[in-house]
Every structure is written in C-alpha cells, then in structure tokens.
Ligand binder design. Sequence first.
Ligand code: ATP
Ligand code: LTN
Length: 327
Amino acid sequence: MTRVFSGIKPTGEVHLGNLLGALQYWVEDQHRADSFYCVVDLHALTTPQNPEELRAKTLDVARILLAIGLDPEVCTLFVQSHVHEHAEMAWLMECTVSYGELRRMTQFKDKSESSEFVSGGLFTYPALMAADILLYETDRVPVGDDQRQHLEITRDIAMRFNSRYGDTFVVPAAAIPRTGARVMDLQQPTDKMSKSDDSPQGTVLVTEDPRSIEKKFKRAVTDSGTEVRYDPENKPGVSNLLAILGAATGRTPEEAAKGYGQYGPLKSDTAEAVIELLRPVQERYQMLADDPGQTAAVLRSGADKAQQIAASVLARARRNIGLLSRP
Ligand code: ATP
Ligand code: LTN
C-alpha cells in the first residue's frame, strides 16, 4: 500500500488555506493509502514561541484535524516531538544537505527577512522536514504549493544518502493539488493566507464564526474593473475568491466563474460556500473540545504506531552511515 506522510505546524490558528490547500486531501488520502499525519511542534520552535501557547496549540491542531475528518481508525495521527527519532534523524539529514542548498530556500529568505531573531533552526528547517518524511518510507507527500521546494530538497537528500551509503530511503514524490493549492490573503491577495503573518482580516479560520466569515468576504479586496474572470496575474483578488469558491464546491476556478457579472454576488456566494463547508467541522470540533481525553488518547496510540516504523528506519540509517551500535 502507498505510504503518505504530511505535517502541519501548531503555530497560530488553522485557516482556509491550510484546509483547501492541503488538509482536505489528507482526509481523502487516508482511505486509499497508509497515511501518517503529524503535528510538527519541533518545526514550530524555529520561530520563538510562548511555551504554554505552543502546548495548547499542539493539542488544538490535533483536535481540528480530527474535526475535519481524519479517522484514527484508518490513519495515524501523532505529535512530532513524541517520536524522538525525528530530532535524531534530522542531524543525519543536516550532515547530508549542503549549505548552498539550504541557502537557496525561498521560505527561509522570506521568513528571515521579516524577523528580528533568525534561529539556526529556521535555516536547517528543511533537514528536519526531510527527516519527518524519510523516517516513514513515504511514497507521497500531500502539501500546498509553498512546500514544493522543501519536497525537492528532501528528494535530493534521500538520493544523495542512498548513493553515498547504500539503499536506505524511499525517494518520495510531492502531491500538490491544482485547485486551492495556494489560497491568498483576502486583504493582500498577492500574499498567501498564513497563520503566522499578522493579517487577521485577510485570514479565515476553520473555527471562525459564520458572521465573521461573511464580513471578511464582504470586505475582501477585489480588483479594478467589474468583470469576474479567473486571471491570477491581473485580477489577484477576484481570482482568489474564485479559487476558494471552486475548491469549496469541488470545481475549477474557471467553472466557478460562470454566471457572475458582479463582485457582490461572488463574494456572498463564496462566503456561503465556506460557511457550509465549515459547519460540520465546527460541530465536531466543539464535541472534541468538550472531551480532551479523546484527542490525547488518539495522540498516544498514534505516537506508538509511528515510533515502531521510525525506530527501524533510523536504525538502518545509523548503521549505513557508519555509527557504531551501542554495545
Ligand atoms: P505559517 O504561516 O506559520 O508558515 P502555514 O499557514 O503556512 O504556516 P503550515 O503548518 O506551514 O501552515 O502548513 C500546513 C499545510 O498547509 C502545508 O501543506 C501548506 O502547504 C499548506 N498551506 C499553508 N498555507 C497555505 C495557503 N495559503 N494556501 C494553500 N495551502 C497552504
Ligand atoms: N514545512 C511544512 C510543514 C512540515 C511538513 C513536514 C509537511 C513539516 N514537516 C513533512 C509535509 C511533510 C510547512 O511549513 N507547511
């Protein structure tokens, strides 16, 4: 069976970009592949976090993943730091990737330019991500378009390790959806919707109240002119609404554009489609919030299951790279 692995950081709140660009595919994949989904708390540490908030967010993101439809009977859901093999494997990856390769990562450039404190971990972030993926003999990694470069570097690391030290890792493929792959900020439609950027009016949260969602879409920045057409280059605002409407209703943005002559109805229909998409998710989220033990139990058995695989792949990598086994 195909093995799928993906991760989400417990920084900020889960938003519509996460859902349409990645998480909805996780839910689909769990039924056709052996799927591992991870709340990557070690990756969150690459930027300074408040300890209490990080702990709470880690549990909260797991709850949201269950609410959107991940079924712990079918897939494996766990927290990255609960399986210590990730941190250890990351070191082997850091020593396999080159400085030049890391320096070319655009996410590092973007994030480091806008931060006061740039950690060493932010720079070596892709090595930890490669460790996550390679530990599970992953065939396919469903991610949003922004992760394309990180997937490429993971493949390069795997191939280099295999050619230096013998066959050790499965070389994974990216699975990037065509529609919804990059949901943009409603106020700045040339930037991606993001958890950690400070743009509350441009970001729609998965747990957000319907009235507030409606307001945000009503105030979404559109483009000059009045024509409704999918043209991300010249009409980024309208195209983003069409991409969201399409992804929320299972159509392409071009199909979603049909029949609209004005921006107003497009905005209200998009808001309605999003509210309907989120309604059952929010109901389940509330039920899980009322019973925190349920999510904790899922994470405990998820970590046990993940660790069995991670430990055996790490042992193979340690052996092949030449580390002496503990006598
Ligand atoms: P941050 O803003 O802190 O970088 P993020 O919102 O990008 O976080 P992640 O935890 O890094 O979220 O990503 C989880 C998944 O969501 C990834 O597969 C990522 O590609 C996808 N994703 C994130 N933002 C968007 C977006 N605006 N459009 C589509 N997919 C997205
Ligand atoms: N870097 C990713 C999160 C992430 C991930 C992974 C995704 C960490 N490890 C492994 C897929 C597979 C991000 O910023 N969205």
